[in-house]
Design a protein around this ligand. Structure first.
Ligand SMILES: NC(=O)c1ccc[n+]([C@@H]2O[C@H](COP(=O)([O-])OP(=O)(O)OC[C@H]3O[C@@H](n4cnc5c(N)ncnc54)[C@H](O)[C@@H]3O)[C@@H](O)[C@H]2O)c1
Length: 340
């Protein structure tokens, strides 16, 4: 298939570009580079031995998006483009709603106009909110989220469901990812956060490489195995491969909206993650347990059985693999793509 990857210059998008190319698809990327990097697209193409066109377009601009879709010829879209910083989203709700919903509106209108109705959407475990029982199962209702970022995912899932109800030719996959970490095993592409990392593993990696002094562990008195929060970490390569199998499945199956968790089904605590990273890097990670952070849930993970049953997909890589590959990327690129 010819696949347009929105947000393909970002972390998960660039890894998915490699997996799509390796699976025999042709790929084009659209990204406004607000949080992505053209070098990531170049390297993704290089890893798979292909040239990947990068269209620098703001997808919240409906006219520019319509123009792009009219000029390129694609069969399907994987929609990663979004702003994703949970804390920032609560400070800047208008910007987050405008960008994350605006990109989706422009894209859906342009896809419909050009008769493209196959879409894979990046949703998130955050849509399960605070009331879902652990492990999280896809049919839980009602969806909710405590952050503006999370609400954009809840709303986009609803918008896509309504669009498909009105026109049953749409084939849509809503993929709810848990906590993607790791990097391509080559160390050529990886996560390159701007400013202070919002997520645990990029922060640990920057401490290990000497860019930051120490890690704050938020809360050591949760009702978990060692008192620190537990999350379901998933290797970004597993996430990328999940997109390829989901795309292949919806393209081959009946028109419908499908929801699949992409998670490992296991919780890993902050202290376990630090230990694994110390083993992978051979470096000590200075850290200090501080007060809990408002809004953090103690522990959650996916029930991954639906994706396994329906897609034949399950995670293949361990937490140690995630730490090894993150360290490989970070130690080869201490300043991320700025080293290029
Ligand atoms: N990383 C995670 O932990 C995680 C977890 C669950 C879901 N997700 C979702 O997965 C997707 C990809 O996440 P990521 O971690 O790769 O983030 P990322 O920031 O690395 O990638 C997103 C890309 O979208 C681009 N973008 C944003 N707004 C745009 C616009 N208006 N027009 C064009 N391009 C635009 C950015 O420049 C960036 O390259 C996002 O939708 C995110 O919400 C991520």
């Amino acid at each position: 298939m010819r696949v347009l990857v929105t947000g393909g210059a970002g972390y998960i998008g660039s890894h998915t570009v490699v997996s799509l190319l390796e699976d025999g698809h042709e790929v084009e990327v659209v990204d406004n580079l607000v949080n992505g990097n053209a070098e990531a697209v170049r390297r993704a193409g290089e890893l798979a031995g292909a040239e990947v066109p990068l269209h620098e377009v703001d997808l919240a601009d409906a006219a520019a998006t319509a123009d792009l879709l009219s000029r390129i010829d694609v069969d399907a879209v994987i929609h990663f483009a979004a702003l994703k910083a949970v804390g920032e989203s609560t400070q800047k709700p208008l910007e987050y709603y405008a960008n994350n919903l605006g990109t989706t509106f422009s894209l859906l209108a342009a896809m419909r106009e050009n008769d493209v109705r196959t879409l894979v959407f990046s949703s998130s475990a955050t849509v399960y909110g605070e009331k879902a029982p652990v492990p999280y199962v896809e049919d839980f209702e009602p969806l909710d989220s405590s952050s503006t970022y999370g609400q954009t995912k809840v709303m986009t899932e609803r918008i896509l469901t309504d669009v498909a109800a009105a026109d049953p030719r749409w084939r849509i996959a809503l993929l709810r990812y848990f906590n993607p970490v790791g990097a391509h095993p080559s160390g050529r592409i990886g996560e390159d956060p701007r400013g202070i990392p919002n997520n645990l593993v990029p922060f640990i990696a920057q401490v290990a490489v000497g860019r930051r002094e120490k890690l704050s562990v938020f809360g050591g008195d949760y009702p978990t195995t060692d008192g620190t929060c537990e999350r379901d970490y998933i290797h970004v390569q597993d996430v990328a491969e999940g997109h390829v199998v989901a795309l292949d499945a919806i393209a081959a199956g009946d028109a419908a909206v499908h929801t699949w968790n992409l998670g490992s089904g296991q919780g890993t605590s902050v202290l376990e993650m630090i230990g694994s990273f110390e083993r992978a890097s051979g470096r000590e990670i200075p850290h200090e347990v501080v007060a809990r952070r408002a809004g953090d849930l103690p522990a959650f993970w996916a029930d991954p059985t639906k994706a396994e049953r329906e897609l034949g997909w399950r995670t293949a890589r361990s937490v140690d693999d995630m730490c090894r590959d993150t360290w490989n990327w970070q130690s080869q690129n201490p300043q991320g793509y700025a080293d290029a």
